[in-house]
Design a protein around this ligand. Sequence first.
Ligand SMILES: Nc1ncnc2c1ncn2[C@@H]1O[C@H](COP(=O)(O)OP(=O)(O)OP(=O)(O)O)[C@@H](O)[C@H]1O
Length: 307
Amino acid sequence: MADELVLTEVTRRFGARTALDAVSFRVRPGRLTGFVGANGAGKTTAMRIVMGVLAADAGSVELGGRPLDLAARRRFGYMPEERGLYPKMKIAEQLVYLGRVHGLDRATAASRTAELLESLGLADRAHEQLSTLSLGNQQRVQVAAALVHDPVLLVLDEPFSGLDPLAVDRMAEQLRERAAAGVPVLFSSHQLELVERLCDDVVIIGGGRIRAAGPATDLRRDSAARRVRVVVGGVVAARVVEAATAVPGVRSAVADGAGQAGPGVVVDLDAGADDQALLAAAASLGPVREFHPLVPTLAETFREVVR
Ligand SMILES: Nc1ncnc2c1ncn2[C@@H]1O[C@H](COP(=O)(O)OP(=O)(O)OP(=O)(O)O)[C@@H](O)[C@H]1O
């Protein structure tokens, strides 16, 4: 099993701007970790610091409890935001070259390259220039470049951007495969549905601070807004909305009209609110047919925690 990556209180300033403010999170071995945040939130900066492309002003980054040095980072796989392969160089040639840069001997670099290109379905393009491939295939070669030396950690900046749905699936498969092999995988993305579908763990960053981090299912369950769906038999939704709105701690109540037992009402409660008071208010109107929590989507959780 590979080691865990741990960032502790990492801070980075650019002039007067604090891009990362005491950022701490972990990327566990064998798990896919999605790194999400608005534009300018600090994802790329954090990834660059992990890779040593950029230095932190304070804080530490460790793998398996050991601080990172050049030798440790040589064993990492990285897909930078600016991509970084040579458009005019032949595909196989640059993968072999990168394998060598990461310490493989020529024969191993060549066989790993052949293997990767075969699994990407690009074996027949091996001797063409990268720029002759479609964007999606170029992106897959970028991942191959991050994988060629069998990295102990994988860090990918927006690997899914610009890919069509099929290419997304193939990319996802590749990342899952790496995670299944025990490697900690961290990738950034703005596609929250995709992150929700794919990731074991999620780290949400906003304005350079970690807003939430942990298993995706826990984050969604624990997100500050608690949401309940209420259906009262024989009572129009408007009356339920009215009664719910009067309950202390109810943020909003909206009819959804889609339930089995009649039109339902979706109620958002403040974190500390008493859901039993809401239940009592509903029961005072008529028979309560439904009263159950609705787990928010990751996108809803994201909006909640970065607000
Ligand atoms: N080299 C730099 N010089 C000055 N400011 C920088 C530099 N790199 C990043 N920043 C600033 O740091 C903050 C974080 O940027 P970063 O690129 O890490 O965000 P991000 O979450 O990756 O955004 P995006 O989703 O848009 O890629 C931003 O305010 C950005 O302008």
